[in-house]
Write a protein that binds this ligand. Structure first.
Ligand SMILES: Nc1ncnc2c1ncn2[C@@H]1O[C@H](COP(=O)(O)OP(=O)(O)O)[C@@H](O)[C@H]1O
Ligand SMILES: [Mg+2]
Length: 242
């Protein structure tokens, strides 16, 4: 589904992403981990067209070359992302947020009626249907994150990129969120590529983990393999886990 070869991104003299190859298959949940400053967010930004990668970077999605496309074109082709900072539209209602996702979705010709139906269904998917008329900014943070997932579901993507969506949640909320993410895949067939520093959130959820350090991929494998990987343990030595 997503195939990238030799992703590279420089900021002036700093090589933030230094030749990363990766693939995300249909129906996979893949986690991306690595110490602070490893380049995880930058990698997402280059994939989703927020930043232009260096010239020799190759990225295809569903067989289509997406390197030169804009973020909204990439989103329309079925590749969506969330941001490290929650970005619900705080002054809009919960329903309007989900509706925005439905209207922004891959099918440009969707009718208002169908979009509203999709929005309602997406809210039900995350259990927020009873909060539909609330102002989104008044939801507790955990529910704002569920709303971000609902907005994503309403857009009907093939692949969603999540950036540290579990941050700031209690263990109970994290397990609920992980559960919703598994259901995205199991019930909706949505593939997930997920940056996360909270290991508990991904250990029981990810099929595969990719580890980034200083812009390079240093390991890739199942959660068990990554937990026992010496290079990974070393990468995190001295790292502040706060
Ligand atoms: N817009 C930018 N301009 C300059 N340097 C940046 C920019 N964004 C990120 N960086 C640098 O690139 C490196 C990777 O950052 P980032 O992708 O945010 O890491 P991570 O998400 O893994 O914590 C860091 O050294 C960071 O300071
Ligand atoms: Mg980041």
């Amino acid at each position: 589904m997503l195939k990238a070869a030799n992703i590279r991104k420089k900021f002036g003299g700093l090589v933030a992403i230094d030749g990363v190859d990766l693939e995300i298959g249909r129906g996979e949940i893949v986690a991306l981990i690595g110490p602070n400053g490893a380049g995880k967010t930058t990698l997402f930004n280059t994939i989703t067209g927020v930043l232009d990668p260096e010239e020799d970077t190759e990225i295809t999605f569903n067989g289509e070359d997406i390197v030169a496309l804009d973020t909204h074109e990439i989103a329309r082709s079925g590749l969506l992302r969330t941001f490290q900072i929650v970005r619900v539209f705080g002054e809009m209602t919960v329903f309007e947020n989900a509706l925005a996702g439905a209207l922004f979705g891959s099918d440009e010709s969707i009718s208002q009626e169908d979009a509203e139906e999709r929005a309602r269904e997406a809210l039900a998917f995350v259990g927020l249907e009873e909060k539909a008329e609330m102002e989104a900014g008044n939801l507790p943070i955990a529910q704002q994150k569920q709303l971000e997932l609902a907005r994503t579901v309403a857009s009907d993507p093939d692949l969603v990129l999540l950036d540290e969506i579990a941050s700031g949640l209690t263990p109970g909320e994290i397990s609920e969120l992980s559960n919703t993410i598994r259901r995205l895949r199991d019930e909706r067939g949505i593939s997930v590529f997920w940056i996360e520093h909270i290991m508990d959130a991904i250990m029981g959820t990810a099929d595969r983990i990719i580890v980034l350090k200083s812009g390079r991929k240093i390991a890739e494998g199942t959660p068990e393999e990554i937990q026992n990987d010496e290079a990974v343990a070393e990468a995190y030595l001295g790292e502040d886990h706060s």
